[in-house]
Design a protein around this ligand. Structure first.
Ligand code: GLP
Length: 245
């Protein structure tokens, strides 16, 4: 596992965006695994900017997003589809037909089949997967206690609902379930880049970085089993974790 310690969160976003941009420059027809959440948010405008300056061509990429809230209409401004359209796909001029964010409104069984089709139907696995990490240690929405390999519907932890309540008017509005790539789906990506900031992520990252255990208590520990993972953290978080390069 490679760990990049940056001066600050802004630099972390730049480093993370550069890794995705480098992947697309190396293979313009890359399949990108994308993530939402607050931490990843500033990564997208950096990629949009590179596209507007002609430094990268996104016309041939395809994308698959990690997760979506169940019951959430894709047009709802809290949906991950809306987040991706607004922050990346539309400003970068990406054909939405080349993008996939699961719909929280469709029949779950049919949607899981479609999700798998998008992940594996063309025989082209995700080339680079962007990840954040939940305070619970989740990646995607794979919560503690579950080690499910494939796409599934996941009940959200209380801590996740509380953490994500900041994006909603009331905590009661936060959906209690999500559809997510499973841990095996995430591990099939060619490369993985995880960006994190904030002291509240330190306990989970300590379990990822400072011991050899792979445990369902902290699902992100499965990343130890992948051969090309980069974790991007800033100095403040590194100090909090107790990580020294
Ligand atoms: C969210 C998302 C994850 C995200 C994580 C961290 O709930 N499902 O994909 O990486 O939790 O979110 P944030 O970056 O807002 O802390």
């Amino acid at each position: 596992m490679k760990v990049i310690v940056t001066k600050n969160y802004e630099e972390s976003c730049q480093v993370t965006a550069n890794m995705i941009l480098d992947q697309v420059r190396a293979n313009p027809a890359s399949k990108l695994g994308l993530a939402t959440g607050g931490t990843a948010e500033p990564v997208y405008p950096i990629m949009v900017d590179a596209c507007k300056k002609g430094e990268v061509d996104f016309s041939q990429i395809t994308t698959v997003n990690l997760d979506e809230y169940m019951g959430m209409d894709p047009t709802n401004d809290q949906s991950y589809r809306y987040y991706m359209n607004q922050r990346f796909f539309i400003p970068a001029g990406i054909d939405l037909a080349r993008t996939f964010v699961a719909s929280g409104k469709n029949d779950p069984e049919k949607e899981i089949a479609l999700f798998n089709e998008k992940l594996y139907g063309d025989g082209h696995f995700v080339d680079i997967q962007l990840l954040g990490i939940g305070v619970s240690g989740h990646i995607g929405f794979n919560e503690p206690g579950t080690m499910i390999s494939g796409v599934h519907v996941q009940k959200l932890e209380e801590s996740t609902i509380k953490a994500n309540a900041r994006f909603f008017e009331n905590e009661a509005d936060v959906p209690t379930e999500a559809m997510t790539m499973g841990l095996g789906d995430i591990l099939k990506a060619g490369k993985i880049v995880l960006i994190a900031t904030g002291a509240n992520k330190a306990p989970a990252l300590r379990k990822v970085l400072l011991d050899d255990e792979v445990t369902a208590d902290v699902p992100a520990t499965v990343l130890k089993m992948h051969r090309d993972v980069t974790i991007v953290i800033d100095e403040a978080l590194a100090a909090e974790i107790g990580w020294k390069n």
